[in-house]
Design a protein around this ligand. Structure first.
Ligand SMILES: Nc1ncnc2c1ncn2[C@@H]1O[C@H](COP(=O)(O)OP(=O)(O)O)[C@@H](O)[C@H]1O
Ligand SMILES: [Mg+2]
Length: 355
């Protein structure tokens, strides 16, 4: 009877954990997604991706653990390993609850394309571009969208040409400036550099995470973030104003309740709010994003500067995308449902892998 009933529901594998520096946030996101699956329509299956890239179907008692380390320690005894080729027999659809490298950057998307399993969010190419702050800047700037002034420096170039590069930073950006790895999230490897003497250690820190780093102008103004939803037709949610205590938003401020303060909608005049929404939809379109993303940026003297997209935005209970959705009357469960439906629609229309 239950077997029969369950079969009518789409089996949604919620993948969480993963191989990136953002795995603890992914656990929070994935768990929240799982508990917000509409039980009338979906059968949720929690799937843990461990740090080595192995999938495990985990029971509820593991899903509610505090950390991915706690889960990892109990996998062998309490979870069942899923070989890649078996994934399709476990889930009809994957809700990707991961963030960062290998989960948000097109790698997992590519694997799911090979396995023939539809999944949430952007496709292979847009996910890769969404993760790479250098590539996305080139596309955005090419389309006339305002991005921060930046200089890209590779680990090799820095090793060979330190003096020269310091001169270029001085001439094009000045101090203070921001140094970050090209493909990370959650402020990983990011620092604010106030004078040339700090550049070496800031770059060394960034190069721990990627072989190319961006040095960029320090933006001062209102930091905002804005959810965009849709495939061919896109809607921007009311943008959020993010307040930070230090130089940049820490991972705790972004995702933990009571840390960091978000104000939705942002305290901006109506016409600036509309402009933010327009620019963010335009950036989403230029980058080829699908289903949903949270677009980060700054408003400086009324002008909108796009800093980066998050193609698998945080889905923890306290995250601002749910506040933005609530502003337009969408509950978390309805939001998760809408993401799944939009994803199914995107996969139904694709030719080859979802771009
Ligand atoms: N150019 C900048 N000027 C001012 N603050 C910045 C700049 N770049 C990053 N930050 C701060 O650091 C945070 C993280 O940087 P971001 O580029 O969004 O990378 P991540 O992928 O880690 O979220 C931002 O939310 C912002 O608070
Ligand atoms: Mg960001």
């Amino acid at each position: 009877m239950t077997e029969q009933k369950n079969r009518e529901k789409l089996r949604v594998g919620v993948v969480l954990g993963g191989m990136s520096s953002e795995r603890e946030i992914s656990l929070e996101s994935g768990r929240n997604i799982y508990f917000n699956l509409n039980p009338e329509k979906y059968e949720g299956i929690p799937i843990f991706l461990d740090a080595q890239g192995t999938f495990w179907q985990i029971p509820l008692q593991l899903l509610v653990q505090n950390t991915t380390t706690d889960i990892t320690a109990r996998l062998e005894d309490e979870a069942s390993r899923i070989a890649y080729e078996e994934l399709k027999s476990v889930a009809d659809f994957i809700y990707i609850g991961l963030h960062g490298k290998y989960g948000e950057d097109g790698c997992l998307q590519g694997l799911l394309e090979l396995l023939g399993i539809p999944y949430t969010g952007s496709g292979v190419m847009a996910s890769a571009i969404g993760m790479d702050k250098l590539m996305q800047r080139k596309l955005l700037a090419g389309a006339g969208i305002h991005v921060p002034k930046y200089l890209a420096i590779t680990e090799r170039e820095w090793g060979e040409n330190e003096e020269d590069l310091l001169g270029q930073v001085e001439d094009t950006l000045g101090y203070p400036c921001v140094v970050k790895p090209t493909r990370e999230g959650c402020s990983t490897g990011l620092s604010v550099v106030r004078e040339p003497g700090q550049m070496g250690s800031a770059l060394k820190n960034a190069f721990q995470w990627d072989t190319t780093a961006l040095v960029e102008e320090l933006l001062v103004g209102m930091e905002i973030t804005c959810g965009v939803i849709g495939n061919r037709e896109m809607t921007a949610l009311p943008p959020t104003e993010t307040l930070r205590k230090g130089d940049f938003l820490t991972v705790e401020e972004k995702f933990l309740p009571g840390e960091g303060e978000n104000i939705t909608p942002a305290r901006l005049p109506e016409e600036v709010i509309r402009r933010v929404q327009e620019v963010m939809v335009q950036a989403y379109r230029v980058l080829g994003l699908k289903v949903y993303a949270r677009m980060d940026g700054f408003v400086v003297d009324g002008e909108v500067i796009v800093s980066e997209p998050n193609t698998l935005p945080g889905m923890t209970p306290s995250t601002c995308i749910f506040h933005e959705a609530a502003e337009v009357g969408i509950s978390p469960m309805e939001f998760v449902d809408r993401i799944i439906q939009l994803s199914l629609e995107a996969h139904a229309h694709k030719k080859g892998p979802l771009a």
